[in-house]
Design a protein around this ligand. Sequence first.
Ligand code: ADP
Length: 260
Amino acid sequence: MYTLGIDIGSSSSKAVILKDGAELISSAVVQVGTGTSGPTRVMEAVFENIDLKPEDIDYTVATGYGRFSVENADKQISEISCHAKGIFYLVPTARTIIDIGGQDAKAIALNDKGNITQFYMNDKCAAGTGRFLDVMSRVLEIPLDKMGEAHFKAKEWASVSSTCTVFAESEVISQLSKGLTRESIVAGVHKSVATKACSLVRRCGDIKNDVVMCGGVAQNPGAVDAIEKELGQKITVAPNPQITGALGAALLAYEELLAK
Ligand code: ADP
């Protein structure tokens, strides 16, 4: 039996195909999300190099901010449930999840059965999300995939104290004009994201190990380092962290099939 999980976020579209709820047949990521060509393109991409067609899929679960726009999905499930499912499948020792995506950040607490016991989400403000890092990447002229490298070269971390993305952008521009190094500002930007992520985690109660990070921002080792320092705790980055929501959706699709 084949199941498809499709995660349409604000910044990217992800899809995963599983055989019998266990074997990963294909996965794809397109770096544009809801309201764009992303959903169509990710569907094309996930079937591109395999011997399956969309009509071979037995059940599809859509998740993410744009999940209600996915045509032909059998069910929509929130990304909190899908990330929890995907992460617990990949890392069964996970008890705390930090998911930072394009326009929100979430902290999820799990018990030893993988059930969600608490979660908090910031989807009201761009600060502390991938969008904040996207803005800073542009201002600092450092591509997103080089932000980690720059972070580890910082001799000290600048203080980026503005809590609003627009004011923080002005603060960073002013620091650049005063001659602060781009590396120290990047580290300060990561610390700002870390402070916000950690306040969400702490609201879930005692921080239980293992702490696992997923979402696009988990691909930024500088952000992960800043969160580890802020939490005072080691973080496991989920393998292929951008697709854990789609993986969870495909796993939940298999459970739906079994329950039929
Ligand atoms: P969503 O699911 O909300 O669409 P994602 O989980 O895909 O969002 O995360 C998108 C964010 O991930 C972007 O805003 C960006 O900051 C970050 N990101 C994406 N790709 C990379 C990369 N290669 N290196 C560092 N950060 C990245």
